[in-house]
Ligand binder design. Sequence first.
Ligand code: ADP
Length: 327
Amino acid sequence: MTSIKRIGVLTSGGDAPGMNAAIRAVVRTAIYHHIEVTGIYRGYEGLIENDLFVMDSRSVSSILTQGGTILKSARCPEFRTKEGRATAYKNLKDANIDALVTIGGDGTFTGAEVFSDEYDIPVMCIPGTIDNDLFGTDYTIGYDTANNTVIEAIDKIRDTAASHSRLFFVEVMGRDSGCIALNAGVAAGAEAILMPEKDTAIDELIQMLEEGMDKNKSSMIVIVAEGEKNGGAYHVAKRVKEKFDFFDTKVSILGHLQRGGSPSSFDRILATRMGYHAVKELLKGNSKSTIGFKGNQIVTTPLHVALHSDVFKLDEELLEISKVMSI
Ligand code: ADP
């Protein structure tokens, strides 16, 4: 057991649905174990600017169902500097914070690693990002909700696409990861899926669409992850249209609606389990680790392993399945 008396909690980087559920779990688990909690607004920026407040179990009432993060999030270039981190540490000490739980993506984790290496402050990191692209966990908080949001949107687009025999290009989030594109594509029955991890030549795509047309498909939907190498949905649509000028081609960029909304049941439970374990691990004396979920178990991975391992391997079999399903 450790002598931790007060834990600081922050959310940083891109927001994700379920971050609030994780904050709630951290606060209530800590208070249950007679540990005090300080909320830090706007991630590392709030730490540097001393934007802190003492939390109690009522501070997190009614947030389980809310998307976004009540602690707000920010990107903070100053935390990348020694001076910025020195100010952050002084503010932590002044507020009697002995340990930190950070909720965010790999940037947030890198910041936590650098900070705890420099100042020997115990940190525990919870993966919160819709991209599902972090090492040490099968799922990140927010991914399931975002995936469901994308599927719901594609289902609606399919209704109009089928009514007008249209070819739709739907752009989804994923700068480096095609996880949402692939899984939402399978779940919504897309005709083709373009992802950052896989180069798909426009000619190859055109051939797939021609085969679909030969089979009298009344509508076709192509999912394009934003980081795919042909330059995004507008660009791909333009090039395909040069070939299919007789087909009514439309583009839909789903954008930030993918980040919002009430977290799914899966994300609420995942976030609650992760928040609970983050505090328990700190109390056991564990530090500099990420919390993960693998094989229905909560696991921890040292930060230096999580941040320096290959992250997302494309699920080749699922991609193959998507092709079989689109005949
Ligand atoms: P995410 O956590 O979603 O990946 P970012 O990459 O924007 O988001 O990282 C969030 C914040 O983490 C950054 O704004 C910065 O304050 C901090 N951070 C990222 N990388 C470092 C680093 N190498 N050193 C210190 N802080 C970092």
